[in-house]
Design a binder for this molecule. Structure first.
Ligand code: PA5
Length: 473
């Protein structure tokens, strides 16, 4: 494939320390099974998915389409440019950029978490607060349709100027509505409400409504029918065989990302590079297999059923929440599956670390660490008022403080026999995030196969929906 990007790195040597009860022999013993699963994915599952052949009952659903999706989109873009799907996504984002200053993205679960994770990790902090010029003319982005929270919906509608006619670009807004099934109640209700508001914001120009509504949905379903009825000028598919929480590299994640000016090509290239590593590398340089091996053995041999993703940057919190959903909905089946939990440090050293240090020994802590920062390093600085005693560390920078906090925390955990591993990202940028998303999606599939759980589908989620509909009827 030859895609060059700075690789993310998973360091798990510490897991083999004698106090953790996992030995090199345990890892070696698991390795052949992991390779078998990898072979099964590439030799059977993917070809079956791609041929559209009949999927055996115990493999259904088989949503393996996410694996080759990044490469498919890139190849098509290279060959067909503006006529390709990625070309259309970029063109749509550019058009909206020129026409509106705010975009409301409606969606929930897999139709929401990925886009939010991209915004928070790849865009500058306080993105929405910057002026239009500082945002490079890109629209502010707001997420809704991910709840039925009266006050948040009302507040956003008021903020958008409910009842007021937009006078120009600065005032105008658009809706991106994302739902694979097209029937999810939270998103559907929000769409109805925000569509009405958008219509009134257009005043006498209501015939332009379809220009400002971009649906991302499956081929058929209620949202697809609504899009037809409204005459939406542009719409994007959620491909069949790509499950909601595996859909971040479809228009579900890419359209909001392109709106925010994220380099979606670099992100897809990152995902392709991770595929390549997964396909070709052995244990030790294969983050997918390495991470799965350590996580699985920690659970099986040490009873570490809680899986903590400890992110050492505020920018990565939503990435952690995206992973919480991926792991919980994929493997939380048949009374199995680890409990995911994202913590943001150093913030949560002051809320959760006590329990991680001295609580029940049921936690695997994976640190997600940035190796570089977007902005220049900020020093502590010296002061004539040294009552706080900080002059001693005056030349130190925030990145240095962070590095010391990570090392100090890891050391404290290890000295008490608490298992940690480190996942290093070169930066909070498109390439790293692309690699990370793909790594965690692949690892979830591999682990599902290892546990004998189908990682795709979420039959349990349907139960609350049935009850809720009955109660509302
Ligand atoms: O992973 C999944 O499939 C779910 O989390 C869905 O993304 C979520 O339920 C939203 O579904 P839809 O996109 O159909 O509105």
């Amino acid at each position: 494939m030859g895609v060059k990007c700075k690789p993310i790195e998973y360091r798990w040597d510490g897991a083999l320390l004698p106090q953790f009860g996992i030995s090199a022999a345990d890892i070696d013993g698991l390795y052949p099974r992991l390779l078998e699963i990898r072979d099964q994915i590439f030799a059977h599952e993917l070809p079956l998915y791609e041929s559209g052949g009949a999927v055996p009952a115990d493999w259904q659903p088989l949503d393996a389409g996410f694996i080759e999706l990044p490469q498919r989109l890139l190849s098509q873009y290279q060959a067909e440019r503006e006529n390709s799907e990625l070309g259309r996504i970029l063109a749509c984002a550019k058009r909206l950029r020129d026409q509106v200053d705010r975009v409301v993205v409606l969606g929930i679960g897999g139709s929401y978490m990925g886009a939010r994770a991209i915004l928070e990790s790849c865009c500058q902090p306080y993105y929405n607060e910057w002026s239009r010029a500082e945002r490079g003319g890109r629209p502010r982005v707001y997420f809704e349709g991910n709840n039925v929270d009266n006050d948040h919906s009302q507040a956003l509608l008021q903020f958008l100027g409910q009842g007021r006619v937009a006078r120009g670009v600065e005032d105008r807004w658009a809706l991106v509505v994302i739902s694979k099934s097209g029937g999810t109640i939270e998103t559907a209700v929000a769409f109805r409400q925000f569509l009405a508001a958008l219509k009134s914001s257009l005043g006498d120009a209501q015939e332009r409504l379809p220009e400002f509504v971009i649906p991302v949905t499956g081929e058929s379903g209620k949202l697809a029918s609504l899009a037809d009825a409204l005459g939406c000028r542009e719409r994007f598919p959620v491909p069949d065989g790509v499950g909601g929480r595996f859909s971040v590299f479809s228009a579900v994640g890419l359209l909001p990302a392109a709106l925010m000016g994220v380099d979606v090509v670099a992100m897809l290239q990152g995902a392709v590079a991770m595929n390549e590593r997964f396909r070709t590398q052995g244990l030790g340089d294969n983050p997918v297999l390495d991470y799965t091996a350590v996580s699985h053995l920690a659970e099986k041999l040490r009873g570490h059923h809680t899986r903590i993703l400890s992110v050492w940057s505020k920018s990565l919190e939503a990435v952690g929440l995206w992973y919480d959903q991926l792991l919980a909905e994929s493997l939380g089946k048949h009374e199995q599956g680890a409990l995911p939990l994202t913590v943001v440090n150093t913030r949560d050293l002051h809320s959760r670390a006590q329990q991680h240090q001295e609580g029940r020994r049921d936690k695997l802590i994976t640190n997600l660490i940035l190796d570089s920062w977007r902005y220049d390093a900020l020093t502590v600085g010296s002061s004539v008022h040294d009552q706080d005693g900080l002059n001693e560390i005056a030349p130190k920078t925030l990145p240095e403080l962070m590095t010391a906090a990570i090392a100090g925390t890891n050391q404290a955990y290890r000295e008490d026999g608490r298992l940690t591993a480190d996942l290093h990202l070169p930066a909070a940028d498109e390439s790293s995030i692309g690699q990370l998303f793909q790594m965690l999606m692949l690892a979830t599939v591999v682990e599902g196969r290892l546990l004998g759980i189908n990682p795709y589908g979420q039959p349990g989620v349907e139960k609350y929906k049935i009850n809720m509909k009955r109660l509302l009827a």
